[in-house]
Design a protein around this ligand. Structure first.
Ligand code: SAH
Length: 300
């Protein structure tokens, strides 16, 4: 007997948010999103039988609410328990990112030549590389390595550990991965171990656990958190260090830019995808400049 129904709605890209919210409201525990040109496919899994009539009515009303929009199409697939076990894996396809990175699930073992493999067992923590905010962090992290390879890296909100593992595999000697959710913390530690970087990555529960200052600080959180954390992030950056902030929607980006500038950081790079913005900001060459002025003053 089928125990799950996979419902896939194909809609114009402008309707992604409204269709996605509807599927979540209807009880889908999460969504897989695939962009295809100007349309998007959203798949949610529902316990069978799914309430398809409700979804059909919703698709009819969308055409009235969004003039000019075409009616989304709906496709349902019944899955039994054993299908489910294999089927969800289809949504964690491997990803080649930037010039050097390759994020892959455990069941994909071949790494393309010239790329660094990052094995992520999806589990229940955020960070498979399938979200634009994670991809933005990875691409700007790779850029930071191209410019000036960092020695110490901090990843605030590590989730699956993906960014910290990438930093270690790209060559950072010491990376701190902090995560407030204890379950995600355990998953991160396990992924760090699987990737063979346990000697280069320390997993902790909060920012206070990570000592010292860093050449790169990654924070894929929410915009309001990046704004709150701006002074603490700036105070933990080494001279010329780079802070990479993500989880920011396009219309929130200017507020984050303002907060990070006010904290003394300067714009350094940006990555935009799917309406998500990732920002790179850089610390000045020498935060100790004012200290040396005081020294001169004291000596005179
Ligand atoms: N770094 C991963 C996961 C980002 S999701 C990636 O880029 O894909 C954000 C994570 O930050 C969540 O796992 C959440 O539990 C964690 N988090 C939120 N606020 C935090 C805080 N103040 N300190 C540490 N972790 C935090």
């Amino acid at each position: 007997m089928a125990i799950w129904t996979a419902v896939t709605v194909t809609a114009q890209i402008e309707l992604e948010d409204v269709v996605g919210s509807f599927l979540i409201d209807q009880g889908a525990p999460g969504l897989e999103t695939t962009q295809r040109g100007t349309s998007v496919q959203l798949t949610g899994h529902f316990p069978s039988p799914a309430n398809i009539d409700e979804l059909r009515r919703f698709c009819d009303t969308i055409v009235d609410l969004f003039p000019g929009a075409s009616r989304p199409s709906i496709e349902c697939t019944e899955l039994n328990d054993s299908d489910w076990g294999e089927n969800w894996k289809d949504h964690f396809s491997p990803l080649a990112l930037g010039r050097r990175l390759f994020v892959h699930p455990p069941w994909i073992e071949t790494i393309p030549a010239g790329r660094v493999g990052i094995e992520i067992d999806p589990g229940m923590a955020f960070g498979t590389g399938h979200h634009a905010s994670t991809r933005g962090c990875l691409c700007l992290l790779e850029q930071a390595f191209d410019e000036h390879p960092p020695v110490r890296v901090l990843d605030i909100g590590t989730g699956s550990g993906i960014l910290a593992i990438a930093a270690a595999k790209l060559g950072a000697a010491e990376t701190w991965a902090v995560e407030i959710d204890p379950e995600a913390c355990q998953i991160a530690a396990e992924n760090v171990r699987i990737n063979g970087v346990a000697s280069a990555v320390c997993v902790g529960a909060s920012l206070e656990d990570a000592p010292g200052s860093f050449d790169v600080i990654l924070a894929n959180l929410f915009a309001f958190q990046l704004i709150d954390l701006a002074p603490r992030i700036a105070s933990r950056l080494n001279p010329n260090g780079v802070a990479i902030g993500s989880g920011v929607l396009a219309d929130e980006a200017d507020d984050v830019r303002a907060a990070w500038s006010a904290a003394g950081l300067a714009p350094h790079g940006v990555y935009e995808e799917d309406g998500w913005v990732t920002l790179a900001f850089q610390a000045g060459p020498s935060p100790a400049a004012s200290v040396s002025c005081q020294d001169v003053h004291r000596d005179s």
